[in-house]
Design a protein around this ligand. Structure first.
Ligand SMILES: NC(=O)c1ccc[n+]([C@@H]2O[C@H](COP(=O)([O-])OP(=O)(O)OC[C@H]3O[C@@H](n4cnc5c(N)ncnc54)[C@H](O)[C@@H]3O)[C@@H](O)[C@H]2O)c1
Ligand SMILES: O=C(O)C(=O)C[C@]1(C(=O)O)C=C[C@@H](O)C=C1
Length: 324
């Protein structure tokens, strides 16, 4: 039986690109996997790991003849990558990506997409704090959500084709509007990263003696923040540069809520604190029970990263992101 795609081109081969390569290979989703990246050392690493069939520093070469092209670079590189590959894209090909931000991606890519190429942006809500080709693993997407944000002009049959690709790698697929995606992810992923970078940064600024105490006594709470704060600096720089409006909107709400908590602490308002903490405990519990219903198959690999999937809809049910 022939594979669903004849040639899959992955531009950028870090954590996400290499995980797609491994999962697509394992599931037989493409006859040929072509890999392109910017640096020769990264390409050599990908070759040593046996991630693909074709390796090239020329992104246009990689996409030539491909019926599925997925951009897996930091979002800030999209425009230059797109300018390089546009003339070589095959008519009828699906052009997708895995970027953590979607509105900006559409804005940058759409004007450059040649006629006959189907632009269907995507975002697997799965990851770890590790980067590079050796960080990937085939099970990364199993039991996780993948959000697709096709424009209204996209043929639903093409979206379904791409959804099938992600489902075959174990994901659950949801389609939504790019702006809604960016608002939801601002609060579920981008602000938590900003908070982690900030809290770990605060510790880094403490005087040496206090800092060593913090490190010595850091239990799971602070440790969890340090894991998130170890995430790739370039990737996250680009997320905050390209999802500015949604992040600022959610950060405004976050700051207001923090001020309420600050006041409750200052005034010793026990009932207010308890009410707040009871609400948040309920959210955690609903996330866990929703995750259990759709638990990822256990491939036996320690998977410290993204928890099991919760539909982005859950936010609306809990009153967050309601105007997104
Ligand atoms: N890390 C996560 O948890 C996660 C989760 C979901 C989506 N994403 C998104 O996936 C994308 C990739 O993230 P990652 O974690 O795999 O990053 P990574 O740093 O592990 O890999 C990025 C890859 O892109 C390559 N690259 C950078 N600039 C390039 C250019 N101009 N041309 C060609 N290749 C270039 C790098 O060499 C590297 O191979 C990002 O857009 C990110 O927002 C990340
Ligand atoms: O678990 C992690 O390490 C992640 O940061 C994964 C995570 C997230 O915030 O959930 C990070 C960025 C993505 O775009 C998607 C997933």
């Amino acid at each position: 039986m022939s594979a669903p795609f004849k040639k899959l081109a992955l531009i950028g081969i870090g954590l996400i690109g290499s995980s797609i390569a491994l999962a697509a290979r394992r599931q037989g989703l493409a006859d040929v996997i072509a890999i392109s990246t910017r640096k020769a050392e990264t390409l050599d690493e990908a070759r040593e790991l046996g991630l693909g069939d074709i390796y090239t520093l020329d992104a246009a070469d990689a996409v030539r003849g491909a019926d599925l092209v997925i951009l897996c670079t930091p979002v800030g590189a999209y425009e230059s990558v797109m300018r390089a590959i546009a003339p070589a894209l095959e008519k009828g090909a699906i052009l997708s990506d895995v970027g953590s931000v979607k509105g900006h991606v559409v804005k940058v890519l759409a004007p450059l997409v040649p006629e006959g190429v189907h632009l269907i942006p995507g975002h697997p809500i799965a990851g770890t704090e590790h980067s590079g080709p050796s960080a990937g693993f085939a099970e990364l997407f199993a039991g996780r959500w993948c959000v697709l944000t096709p424009g209204a002009e996209v043929d639903p049959a093409q979206t379904e084709r791409l959804a099938g690709f992600w489902r075959a790698m174990g994901s659950q697929v949801e389609t939504m509007d790019a702006a809604h995606h960016d608002m939801v992810l601002a609060i579920t992923s981008h602000i938590p990263h900003l908070v982690a970078y900030n809290i770990v940064g605060t510790v880094a600024d403490l005087e040496a003696a206090t800092q060593s105490e913090v490190i010595k006594f850091s239990a799971s709470g602070f440790r969890d923040f340090t894991r998130i704060a170890a995430s790739d600096p370039v990737m996250w720089r680009d997320v905050f540069l390209t999802n500015r409006d949604a992040v600022l909107e959610m950060l405004g709400r976050f700051s207001e809520d923090l001020s309420v908590l600050q006041r409750a602490v200052r005034t010793g308002d026990g009932p207010a604190l308890e009410t707040m903490f009871t609400r948040t405990r309920a959210i955690r519990r609903s996330i866990i029970s929703a995750g259990q219903e759709t638990a990822a198959p256990d491939f036996g690999r320690p998977h410290e990263a993204t928890p099991a999937p919760v539909s982005p809809v859950i936010l609306r049910e809990h009153g967050g992101g309601d105007d997104a």
